[in-house]
Design a protein around this ligand. Structure first.
Ligand code: CP
Length: 312
């Protein structure tokens, strides 16, 4: 099957069937990743540009390596080193990249909706690598892939997402994706960091971490964005860690074989204790590897859609 849209902007827009197809393709790509010869011809003749207006280690590097492993030509633009710094608009920058024959533009931007604006103005497929507080769909896909790989199913799993839900694009994409795939999602965090009305999406909302952790199959910690602290939404990092941080004792409330995920980068001792981060429950390193497989799958699926030929 083909993905319906030319772009991957969010999990809100994907069907469960499309998510399942991406995950199945990623499983094949993971086999390629774990061989000695990672080079495949899947993207020969295609070109991929990563356009990042915010810092990144995992997302940017995994897209760049995924492109190279599949024989695409790839290039990176970061806002500080480009004409964006001279005042060029996003649309003009996007059209410039498009006119060079680019097939896929991967964009990270601090404004929610920036990838959607870009997608409407270029022929290339656009992949959202994180937009403001809206979505981070490729992160959620790799999280879901990692859970499925370990648990063998998603339907009925109890998944607790802990932390700053309000500002988290990772949480939003995971809530869309996991609920579509049949998981039972609960969230917990300081009440100032829970979006009002979240219960209406079918998610259980708790204000204590203990309630959310009870019998959870999977616990997902979110990065506390230290820059948000200036807004006074919670008293202090130390108090956050005391009430919402995940340590070995608290983790015992979850199932014995509970998995711990975190999108990274981890603030050790804040969202997760070092003991939990490095424990046998933690899948943080697997998430990084699976991020490459999922991004290989997406690049492949978007370039093979019929009519996806940038003829500029
Ligand atoms: N998880 C995530 O998006 O990490 P980076 O900011 O390093 O890309």
């Amino acid at each position: 099957m083909n993905l319906k849209s030319k772009d991957l902007l969010g999990l809100k827009d994907l069907t469960a069937q499309e998510i399942g197809h991406i995950l199945a393709t990623a499983k094949t790509m993971k086999v390629v990743l774990t061989t000695n010869n990672k080079k495949t011809p899947h993207l020969q003749g295609k070109s991929i540009v990563t356009l990042f207006y915010e810092n990144s280690t995992r997302t940017r590097l995994s897209f760049e390596l995924a492109s190279k492993y599949m024989s695409a030509s790839s290039a990176n633009i970061s806002a500080s080193g480009s004409s964006v710094a001279k005042g060029e608009t996003l649309i003009d920058t996007g059209r410039t990249i498009d006119r060079m024959g680019t097939d896929i533009i991967v964009i990270r931007h601090p404004m929610s909706g920036a990838p959607h604006l870009l997608a409407r103005n270029v022929n290339a497929s656009v992949i959202n690598a994180g937009d403001g507080m809206n979505e981070h769909p490729t992160q959620a896909l790799l999280d879901i892939f990692t859970i499925l790989e370990k648990k063998g199913k998603l339907e009925g799993l109890k998944i607790a997402i802990i932390g700053d839900i309000y500002h988290s694009r990772v949480a939003r994409s995971n809530i869309w994706g996991l609920t579509k795939m049949g998981a039972e999602v609960s969230v917990a965090g300081p009440s100032t960091l829970i979006p009002p009305g979240l219960e209406k999406t079918g998610v259980k909302v708790f204000t204590t971490v203990q309630e959310a952790l009870l019998d959870a199959d999977v616990v997902m910690g979110l990065r506390i964005q230290l820059e948000r602290q200036k807004k006074g939404l919670f008293p202090s990092i130390r108090e956050y860690a005391r009430f919402f941080g995940l340590d070995e004792k608290r983790l015992k409330l979850a199932k014995e074989d509970a998995l711990v995920l975190h999108p990274g980068p981890v603030n050790r001792g804040v969202e997760l204790s070092s003991g939990v981060t490095d424990s046998e429950h933690s899948l943080i390193n697997e998430q990084v590897t699976n991020g490459v497989a999922v991004r290989m799958a997406l690049l492949y699926l978007l370039t093979r859609r019929s009519g996806n030929e940038n003829t500029n």
